[in-house]
Design a protein around this ligand. Structure first.
Ligand SMILES: Cc1cc2nc3c(=O)[nH]c(=O)nc-3n(C[C@H](O)[C@H](O)[C@H](O)COP(=O)(O)O)c2cc1C
Length: 209
């Protein structure tokens, strides 16, 4: 894959401590996921995907362990990977009609690009697993924000196959790895509507001495 279209800093380069950006705030305050089933072509091209993955990997990461990795599914590989989903569905649900098996096998083809974010916890004897798992969650969130900022619809899903050993084996995960999320990316065909939000005031308390 080519390098990102947006310049990324070199190690040791001096960076601005912060930069106010109404555009970023606007994106964060209005972003919505798009249902994977309603996505269409095009998805991010190689350069755009490189930028999205670069942003996704740029997360707070205690002890710089990079406890995550990416598996990119695009083109015909999506249907090939889907064979594991179809096979697992057929084995578990012999009663399923062929239509349903086909639906399961086609899940990855709902969007032009799907990235499996793999949580790959490192045992350095010091860094709690919890922190490393949180780090992978941050990767998924960065990814959907970067996809949005690149003009693409995105959805972070796990669905049943993120927890199915046969599917994980087919994707090449080790016994110790887990799926933090499948991030589906493509072009929105529907205008999202705002969804109910939690009452922020009910979530906030102020600790008082
Ligand atoms: C770890 C994780 C797994 C998720 N898995 C699913 C899923 O399997 N199916 C689903 O419909 N939504 C799932 N979601 C929710 C969607 O990503 C998304 O939050 C939802 O579509 C609402 O969209 P919003 O981002 O616009 O609030 C998951 C979210 C997270 C954080």
């Amino acid at each position: 894959m080519p390098n990102t279209a947006v310049a990324t800093p070199e190690q040791g380069q001096e960076l601005a401590p912060c930069r106010a950006s109404d555009e970023t705030l606007e994106l964060l305050l209005t972003r919505r996921s798009t249902v994977a089933g309603s996505m269409s072509e095009p998805g991010p091209d190689a350069g755009q995907l490189r930028t999205i993955l670069t942003a996704a990997a740029r997360v707070p990461d205690h002890r710089k362990l990079a406890p995550f990795r990416f598996i990119v599914l695009q083109g015909e590989a999506r249907a090939k990977a889907g064979e594991a989903l179809a096979g697992a569905s057929r084995a578990d649900h012999p009663d399923f009609p062929q239509e349903r098996i086909d639906f399961e096998g086609a899940r990855f083809t709902r969007a032009p690009v799907v990235v499996a974010v793999v949580s790959s916890v490192k045992d350095d004897g010091k860094t709690p697993e919890w922190e490393q798992v949180l780090c992978s969650g941050a990767v998924c969130q960065n990814m959907i924000i970067a996809a949005s900022a690149s003009g693409f619809a995105a959805q972070w899903l796990t669905e049943w196959y993120a927890f199915d050993r046969r599917v994980l084996d087919a994707l090449g995960l080790t016994q110790d790895e887990r799926i933090a999320g499948f991030v589906y990316m493509g072009t929105a065909t529907e205008t999202p509507l705002e969804r109910p939000r939690p009452d922020l005031d009910a979530l906030i308390t102020e600790f008082r001495a």
